[in-house]
Design a protein around this ligand. Structure first.
Ligand code: HEC
Length: 172
């Protein structure tokens, strides 16, 4: 019985302390303050678990088609590169002010399955600066972006990226 009472008191204390922390405004939510320690773990782990859980059951279409990858490059070069950059292409100055920083997808693409990449690109990541592309892009466009990020971006040299841009008549 004493243990039950102790557990209830402990639970109430945890709730009260959490509310005090939230309402005190002591946590610095500015983008100039690095996310470290527990807060970083909570944000990163919640994001990763959410993506992996929501991506379950998504059927992945064939992604090796050359014209699909080319279409994906077009979208990547138009939008994603401003925040994520590419080999030989720096992100824009605006992206430097984001927190968390947009990761280098040439390194991170391997960490996600195609279904997870699709889910991230379609829905975005809440409170992070990663936009949802689903509302303004067709299913084919979303998969094209996944095809490019997964199958070509990590192996694309700076020269090859430039060549693809020129082939597109890119202006960036
Ligand atoms: C306005 C800036 C911005 C644009 C544009 C943008 N992203 Fe992001 N993206 C982010 C930020 C910030 C994160 C980090 C989110 C986090 O860690 O919670 C992110 C995270 C991601 C991730 C997860 C990476 C990881 O390993 O944690 C993927 C994948 C991704 N973006 C793909 C894309 C693709 C593909 C596009 C273009 C269709 C794109 N993003 C456009 C800002 C952007």
């Amino acid at each position: 019985m004493k243990i039950v009472i102790a557990l209830i008191v402990f639970a109430i204390l945890v709730v009260v302390c959490s509310l005090l922390f939230i309402y005190s405004g002591v946590y610095n939510f500015s983008a100039t303050e690095p996310r470290t320690g527990l807060a970083r773990w909570v944000f990163d782990t919640t994001t990763e678990q959410s993506v992996s859980s929501h991506a379950k059951g998504i059927t992945v279409p064939p992604l090796e088609d050359e014209s699909l990858v080319q279409k994906g490059f077009h979208h990547y070069n138009e939008t994603c590169v401003k925040c994520h950059g590419a080999l030989g292409v720096s992100p824009s100055k605006m992206a430097e002010g984001l927190n968390p920083k947009p990761p280098d997808l040439t390194e991170r693409a391997d960490q996600w399955t195609p279904a997870e990449l699709y889910w991230i690109v379609k829905h975005g990541i809440k409170r992070s600066g990663m936009p949802a592309f689903g509302p303004k892009h067709s299913e084919e466009d979303l998969w094209a972006i996944v095809a490019f990020v997964k199958h070509q971006l990590p192996t694309l040299s700076p020269e090859e990226y430039q060549a693809m841009k020129e082939a597109e008549g890119g202006k960036q």
